[in-house]
Design a protein around this ligand. Structure first.
Ligand code: AMP
Length: 583
């Protein structure tokens, strides 16, 4: 707080915002209005029908749905009609291979067309789509595919060789590998996807689907255990559609660019599904972040609505390019951000450099879609995540030891950020982990794991995580997963992993390691351990810093006290040490 609010003016708006009056919308909105808007187009309720098939039958059929920019700037467009036909083919490929409703189809790839086609084709077949981050190393891939009962994997030849080939014996349920970039089948079970697609018919009836059938599986990190697979159902598309309308403010002629990697939930909910539900054109850049490239994309593609993340915005801010003289960004109408706290400076930077403030919003894997947001028409309080979307009740609560829960109505008090779990995109379970799922709900509330506070006007402010989860470059990393990988090295006796605040990437993964007797700390061993972890976990998850300690602080029950490691690292008060094991 302490920053002046950014007021909005409608005078220069060429497009009338979908949400005119937030207060009014909160009073009157009901999810049944989304039913009404989408009804009459449904074959049951399948995400792929709402996102794609219905447009392919409408006057939007020849509108570009997805525009891929390759690293060399070449362009490949898919209209709604073409994307519909391609995804039909993919669904037919699955049928031919005997892949059934409910089977999991994993995709490990960068932003290539095969990923998007596989995602929507999988949904058409009634199977479950599960994306994997292409920067994961073999171990995170194994953990997720094993837990998620992967039947099919779509990937590239290089990613398969580097990261999956050695895991195959450990994945007995994995029946089919579809390689997106080879011309001929390698062997039974390792197929050329282009060849299978060529042989498949391009029409297909979408599997009759019920709203509560499982559609998406998104893995998210846990603090005490291995990753959890959050289950989402087809009805989640109501929330994707609704938030794209009222938060992102998509209109039929928009050019939308979501920069999230498809390996994470934002990359699916808003990088694939939500813009398609509105029939707009999405830009997909196959390259990684580069400031000049990004500004050129905004300029040349005439992007109107841009959804990005704080780490990227901070990188752009650091370069301090004079945007007004170097690029024509006049088409840009709205900028949104998600994934980690957005500094107030970034909101104001947007206002000054882009002429548009950055609209922060908050949600998480479990909520499937945006929950708290800043809206086109509502003044922004820089540093605040905004206010709950119409149709969702959010509160700050305090849990008591006797299992009861109390809603904190007094403004300005920290507590658990909680949501009433009665909106369409709330997760329906953690796969094979009923107990962890149940623990997320107390009384009438879903407890998000975040700490926040609400001000007197109903704006929510992020305070921190309640657990030890690390957010690095906007991506969740579970310390347990990193510790487990380090512990596999023969020299390591104990490992404790924390997120160390970093001005650019939010948090940096730092490991503390105690060695086995007879092992001596050295620079060479440090580098070896960092390399070992990187090999197993991949660059996105592996620690960037490592420090040796004689022994790690533990509770009397033997749990490593990551909080204490963190407090000591940052020179903060050590807090309650009553459970610390001594001697
Ligand atoms: P994920 O499930 O990977 O999408 O991560 C969700 C978590 O990221 C949330 O529970 C928050 O801890 C954090 N997060 C997401 N958006 C924001 C935001 N706008 N401000 C602060 N933290 C955020």
């Amino acid at each position: 707080m302490g920053w002046s609010p950014i007021e909005k003016s409608f005078k220069n708006w060429l497009v009338k915002p979908n949400l005119q009056d937030y207060e009014e919308a909160r009073r009157t909105f009901s999810w049944s209005t989304i039913d009404d808007e989408l009804k009459g187009t449904l074959a049951g309720l399948n995400i792929a029908d709402i996102a794609l098939a219905r447009h392919a039958k409408s006057d939007r059929a020849d509108q570009t749905a997805l525009r891929f920019l390759a690293k060399d700037w070449s362009i490949k467009d898919f209209t709604y009609r073409e994307l519909n036909a391609q995804t039909n083919r993919f669904a037919n490929v699955l049928k031919t291979l005997g892949v059934a409703k409910g089977d999991s189809v994993f995709v490990l790839a960068g932003r290539i067309p095969a990923l998007y086609i596989a995602a929507l084709g999988t949904l058409k077949n009634g199977s479950v789509f599960c994306p994997l981050f292409s920067a994961f190393g073999p171990e995170p891939i194994y953990q997720r595919m094993n837990r998620g009962d992967a039947t099919v994997l779509v990937t590239t030849a290089a990613l398969y060789q580097q990261k999956v080939a050695a895991l195959r014996d450990r994945l007995p349920k994995l029946q089919h590998i579809l390689l997106a970039d080879i011309e001929d089948h390698l062997e039974a079970g390792i197929w050329s996807l282009p060849k299978l697609m060529q042989a498949a018919a391009d029409d297909c009836a979408i599997a009759p689907t019920q709203p509560e059938e499982m559609a998406l599986l998104h893995f998210t990190s846990g603090t005490t255990g291995m990753p959890k697979g959050a289950i989402h159902v087809h009805k989640a598309v109501y929330a994707h559609y609704m938030t794209a309308k009222y938060v992102l403010d998509l209109h039929p002629d928009d050019i939308f660019w979501c920069t999230a990697d498809p390996g994470w939930v934002t990359g699916t909910s808003y990088g694939i599904i939500a813009p398609l539900t509105h029939g707009v054109t999405s830009i997909i850049d196959e390259a990684e972040f580069d400031a000049d490239r990004w500004y050129r994309i905004l300029e040349t593609q005439k992007v109107t609505v841009w959804y990005t993340a704080p780490t990227a915005i901070r990188r752009l801010m650091r370069l301090d390019i004079d945007l007004k003289t170097q690029y024509d960004l006049s088409h840009l109408r709205l900028v949104h951000s998600v994934g980690e706290p957005l500094n107030p400076e970034a909101v104001v930077w947007g206002q000054e450099k882009l002429g548009l403030p950055i609209h922060d919003n908050w949600w998480q894997t479990e909520t499937g879609g945006i929950m708290i947001a800043n809206y086109a028409t509502m003044p922004i309080r820089p540093g605040s995540m905004g206010r709950p979307i119409p149709g969702v009740e959010a509160a700050i609560v305090r849990r008591h030891e006797d299992g009861t829960i109390e809603q904190i109505t007094q403004p300005g008090m920290d507590g658990d950020l909680a949501l009433k779990p009665d909106f369409p995109s709330i997760f329906r379970g953690y796969l094979h982990d009923e107990e962890r799922y149940r623990k997320c709900f107390v009384g009438d509330w879903y407890i998000t794991g975040d700490l926040a506070m609400r001000d007197q006007d109903g704006y929510f402010w992020f305070v921190g995580r309640e657990d030890d989860i690390i957010k690095t470059s906007g991506h969740m990393v579970g310390p347990f997963e990193v510790e487990s990988a380090l512990m596999e090295h023969p020299a390591v006796a104990e490992a404790g992993v924390i997120g160390k605040p970093n001005p650019m990437i939010g948090e940096l993964v730092k490991a503390f390691v105690a060695l086995k007797p007879g092992q001596e700390p050295s620079e060479a061993l440090k580098l070896e351990l960092l390399g070992f972890a990187r090999q197993k976990l991949g660059a996105a998850v592996a620690p960037k810093e490592l420090e040796f300690q004689e022994s790690l602080p533990k509770t009397r029950s033997g749990k490593i006290m990551r909080r204490l490691l963190k407090a000591r690292e940052l020179g903060l008060p050590e807090g309650d040490l009553s459970t610390l094991e001594t001697g």
